[in-house]
Design a protein around this ligand. Structure first.
Ligand code: AMP
Ligand code: TRP
Length: 333
């Protein structure tokens, strides 16, 4: 860890293969950030169990998520890359922060309202305190910046509020973390209902691109993407389907909206959808190959996540033991 660099923290849930939304909104940025920041990245299996998980699948998904992050360019030599449940400080700090979080502010979280409707038979306390654990993830490292998609902005504001409240009660201690949200691609929409966020929980498999989908599947899903009855490829209010495809194409190719519009002037939506599909499939191809290679090397993965957890514990332990002292717990030694 370079002392002059700011610290980045981010996490992702191991609930199946990442979607193109996860990739464009968050994970894609994790690789370049390693060059300028101290980065701490985490597979948040403890967050995942706030909704029912099959234990065998959770274990598998956690390993896959870990390997996928590496395949997306997270380098365990450059960053601290680990599995949340391996590092006890997260749960420890979460308890203390929960005693500094109000019932009212957690009740306002839109993700909680959303998920408690979708999982009405299991509105458990963990689902409610989910954002406190997320605040603990971030504050246990005193992170400066948190790269996430826009859907996590409210949780991040809560983390800042909790940090601020703690600082007021116990004296300045926590850094207030800033969100790091991309200008384009912070919310990739469903290909079938482009007013809704692309999500792996969507029932319609054509709505969502998974980053391990093969080329033919990706192109087929883009060909079926819902657009509108016009024919001009341009970014305009109300053209949700086309706007979404343009944002995806722009983040993947680096082209701005004007140059995309001129590239497809006089061509139809069919040509455009095919081009987006091909660009995305070609971009994801090396990730798929690298994932296949890494997945076979379980011993190497184990070495990486063991080492990551050790480093994460060492770093966060310093901070959390200061928190213990600040709140008045008796020193163990
Ligand atoms: P999750 O899969 O909920 O753990 O999300 C992991 C990261 O992906 C978070 O930073 C989310 O904000 C981001 N994310 C999830 N879905 C999308 C989406 N459709 N568009 C952009 N970012 C997303
Ligand atoms: N709640 C985040 C999501 O669903 C995942 C997450 C957990 C996270 N802890 C975090 C993201 C800390 C950033 C920082 O996407």
């Amino acid at each position: 860890m370079d002392k002059d660099r700011k610290l980045i923290f981010s996490g992702i849930q191991p609930t199946g293969t990442f979607t193109l939304g996860n990739y464009i909104g968050a994970v894609r940025n994790w690789k370049p950030l390693q060059e300028e920041y101290n980065c701490v990245y985490c597979v948040v299996d403890m967050h995942a169990i706030t909704v029912r998980q099959d234990p065998i699948k959770l274990r598998q998904n956690t390993m896959n998520a870990y390997a996928l992050l590496m395949a997306c360019g997270v380098d365990p030599q450059k960053s601290i890359l680990f599995i949340q449940s391996h590092v006890r400080t997260h749960a420890e700090l979460s308890w203390i922060l929960s005693c500094n979080t109000q019932f009212g502010e957690l009740s306002r979280m839109t993700q909680f309202k959303d998920k408690s409707q979708r999982h009405a038979d299991d509105v458990n306390a963990g689902l409610f305190t989910y954002p406190v654990l997320m605040a603990a993830d971030i504050l246990a490292y005193n992170a400066d910046l948190v790269p996430v998609g826009i859907d996590q902005k409210q949780h991040l504001e809560l983390a800042r509020n909790v940090a601020q409240r703690f600082n007021q009660r116990y004296g300045e201690f926590f850094t207030l973390p800033e969100p790091y949200i991309p200008d384009v691609g912070a919310k990739v929409m469903s290909l079938q209902e482009p007013t809704k966020k692309m999500s792996k929980s969507d029932e319609n498999p054509n709505a969502c691109i998974l980053i391990l989908d093969d080329k033919d599947t990706i192109i087929r899903k883009f060909k079926r993407a819902v657009t509108d009855s016009e024919s001009e490829v341009c970014y305009r209010e109300g053209k949700d389907g086309i706007n979404n495809l343009m944002s995806i194409y722009s983040t993947i190719t680096g082209k701005d909206f004007d140059s995309i519009t001129s590239e497809f002037a006089g061509k139809g939506y069919g040509d455009f959808k095919l081009a987006v599909g091909e660009a995305v499939a070609d971009h994801l191809e090396p990730i798929r190959t690298e994932f296949a290679r890494l997945s076979k090397d379980k011993a190497y993965l184990r070495e990486c996540y063991t080492d990551g957890a050790e480093k994460a514990l060492k770093y966060s332990q310093r901070i959390v033991s200061k928190v213990y002292r600040k709140v008045g717990f008796v020193d163990k030694t």
